[in-house]
Design a protein around this ligand. Sequence first.
Ligand code: ZN
Length: 110
Amino acid sequence: MRKVGRIMYAKSKSRKFDGKCILGKCEYCGKEIKSCNAYQHVDGNNISITNNSPYLCKDCFEKRYNEHIKTEVEVFKDKLFRQFRYLKSETKDENEKNLIDKLVKIISLE
Ligand SMILES: [Zn+2]
């Protein structure tokens, strides 16, 4: 199983990350990043893959693994949309349903 893991602690001392949010470097582009903002590929079935995965900045992680890491805004929007879908399914009022559709449209705009 592949999943995106946010680094919160160090796997080994050679990584220079000791669990605190300290300044480190992306192991791909060398850009300075805080360890708590670094990303590492986490393999749920194979701990050695996890341990050997480099610590990367967001851009390098997304390029290397061809995965989009959602921004906080995107995560927030997803939550809102789930709530709206739930509200829409709960109401029988057509006006309310229309209003919810309008709100979703507005929020969807970039
Ligand atoms: Zn990088």
